[in-house]
Design a protein around this ligand. Structure first.
Ligand SMILES: C[S@@+](CC[C@H](N)C(=O)[O-])C[C@H]1O[C@@H](n2cnc3c(N)ncnc32)[C@H](O)[C@@H]1O
Length: 283
């Protein structure tokens, strides 16, 4: 069995849950699948490998990430070469100095390949941004980041799945999906409430809940089927208040594995993620 390619290492990737999420559609085929909060686009890659939709739209409001997807899809050799060059630079320069320099360059230029290297090399592959929008996550000094040969295979595999039937979009999710219709599927994985409103904003921007609700209302008015991963619980603790009951048709709880924080604290608790399903049928 071949595994689905996954070139962009990204904390919060839906790679492991993709099969369970797509199972909800029970084999239905859609015209276009939109992933407006794409990150590593794990759901798009899983859907493309299963033929869930004829076309795909991959969007993210972080411009360098959307540009990275554009390059991966359109001409995979060039980003693979550029990553290899950047990755090899750390062997000569030394990991710490090299990471710091790439991070500084990225914050000045927004270079998509710089972002790919930083994501591959930083602590837990977890992007973190300061108030001014600068990438400020540190390097994981125990690892060198995905080896260029492996990265090349992941990039090439993703391009094979998506080329010729995918468009990319840099900007806000609402604009990304404003042409979605009844025969399409929108998969949403916005920054969760806790990572938007807490002390630890995770992504380069969060999404206030009121804006998410407006987005869902607009999709519902147009009869667009959607799936939304949003908040969840670990043991008895819940993350975020449930979404307004008038907005969704069903809510499933998907087991997302053991919580590493709970394990450290000596508790064997499972994390459970909520999957909201639109009032419009998805299967
Ligand atoms: C939870 S992550 C998505 C992870 C993704 N499901 C995966 O498999 O990697 C949320 C993403 O939404 C992006 N984002 C945040 N606010 C946004 C907005 N208003 N519109 C579009 N994208 C946004 C962030 O840059 C981040 O990549």
């Amino acid at each position: 069995m071949t595994t689905t390619p996954h070139p962009i290492p990204y904390q919060g990737s839906k790679r492991r849950l993709a099969g369970a999420i797509l199972a909800v559609t029970r084999g239905r085929r859609f015209s276009t699948m939109y992933e407006p909060f794409a990150g590593s686009a794990a759901m798009t890659l899983a859907a493309a490998s299963r033929g869930v939709a004829e076309r795909h739209v991959v969007g993210d409001s972080l411009p360098a990430l959307a540009a990275l997807w554009e390059r991966i899809v359109a001409a995979p050799g060039a980003p693979a070469d550029a990553y290899e060059l950047l990755w090899s630079g750390q062997l000569a320069e030394g990991g710490r100095a090299h990471f710091a320099r790439v991070r500084e360059d990225y914050n000045r230029t927004g270079d998509p390949i710089g972002l790919l290297y930083l994501l591959a090399r930083c602590v837990k592959n977890a992007p973190r941004f300061g108030r001014e929008g600068a990438f400020n996550q540190s390097a994981d000094h125990r690892r060198r980041g995905m080896h260029p040969a492996r990265m090349r295979r992941q990039i090439a595999g993703a391009s094979v799945l998506l080329a010729g039937r995918t468009t990319t979009f840099a900007g806000d999710a609402a604009a990304c999906v404003d042409r979605a219709g009844r025969n399409d599927l929108v998969y949403l994985d916005p920054p969760w409430q806790g990572t938007t409103e807490g002390d630890d904003p995770r992504y380069h921007q969060g999404l206030p809940r009121a804006r998410l609700e407006m987005l869902l209302e607009a999709l519902n008015r147009r009869g667009v089927p959607w799936l939304l991963s949003y908040d969840g619980r670990c043991g008895e603790r819940t993350y975020g208040a449930p979404l307004d009951r008038g907005l969704w048709g069903a809510r499933l709880e998907l087991p997302a594995g053991r919580s590493s924080q709970s394990t450290l604290a000596g508790r064997a608790e499972q994390t459970v993620e909520s999957l909201y399903v639109s009032p419009q049928a998805v299967c």
